[in-house]
Design a protein around this ligand. Sequence first.
Ligand code: GLY
Ligand code: MN
Ligand code: MN
Length: 441
Amino acid sequence: MTKLTQADFQARRDRLAEQMGPRSIAIIATNQVYMRNRDADYKFRADSSFFYLTGFAEPEAVAVIETFDDAEEGYSYSLFCRERDREMEIWHGYRAGVDGAIDDFEADEAYAIDLLDEEIIEKLLDKDQLFYRIGQNADFDARVAKWIANANGESRRGTSAPEQIMQLDAILDEMRLHKDAQEIVLMQIASDISAQAHTRAMQAVKPGMMEYQLEAELNYIFGQHGCVPSYNSIVGGGQNGCILHYVENNQELKDGDLVLIDAACEYELYASDITRTFPVNGKFSPEQKALYNLVLDAQIAAINAVQIGNSYKEPHHVAVDILVQGLLDLGIMQGDKEKIIAQETYRQFYMHGTGHWLGMDVHDVGRYKVDGEWRNYEEGMVVTVEPGLYIAPDDETVDEKWRGIGIRIEDDVVATGNGPVVLTQAVVKTVEDIEALMAQA
Ligand code: GLY
Ligand code: MN
Ligand code: MN
């Protein structure tokens, strides 16, 4: 099993501490546990940035990084976590505890989470800057504000609280945006499992099946690998494929319709994000095929535009150009291509962007613009490429034969010095390959 090691998490903390400068403190909490109803909770998933720095997957944990006067002194990493508790562990499972935080998670100092309000004050004193992710959790924000007030209240001792509060995300998001080779390996594993799930769905689908039954085929593969979906799976038959965030997945899949599946899993907290659209009965109709091939042409050209030095927006421009030309050629749109693009009237059929950063979060962190300009692709950035066409079932501006067709094709692409690397190519996407795979089933 491929996993990151404590040395990897430590290297990330080293890089963070380096960028914080002297006399600084960073405070980062993991996710809350959310109640589903009464005493049943939603399954806990660690906060991505917290896990990125610590590898610690338990709830109720806070990491603190402190730098000192001089870089030579290094930095200190404290982990506040749940204490070991025999009774609680019998009911809810193993806890690392403060000893485990030091021995297994390499914290320099570890404290029971219940001591956070008390211990953090000493740590805040005489620091110039506090790095914190404000706005993630209102309750935690209020606690941090109170700590600063309490630290200021100590000023008669001749101490001071940080005068500057910095967005920790400004550093962490930039680190997370650029994936190293190990992160790409984890994303490749997530993509391979997700591709296997899509392949199974193509082989399993039959007219009369319910969308949720097809979703179950995906979940079977995710579960076989100990994975969970990285977002709510979309399984939309026929016109449901035109609903961008359709997650009900409760309708029957009909002979003659397409089904759009946007689903993938995460592996070691690294996400994949794949969409495939294929015919429920295994054979594309002429209209479905014409639109599908148009989206595929746009997608392949857009993937080729994920080149280091190209603008983040370049794949979108490339995709829109091809889609609009195709819509004109098919008679679905009329008018002047340049005007349609400039006025964005193509949004009647293609109303979303062509991709987003992908990483630990499906819509991953990282700025899209720097100094007011769309940023360029750099080594190790991972982006989705996901053009689509959606002809609304009630769109009377187009010939009836096109209505209710929704198509999206989505792959995950790494920008590298050797050109774009597609992580999700293990699942077929040409009409011929899809039909051949489905014919074998
Ligand atoms: N699955 C979410 C997205 O494609 O953006
Ligand atoms: Mn996506
Ligand atoms: Mn998707």
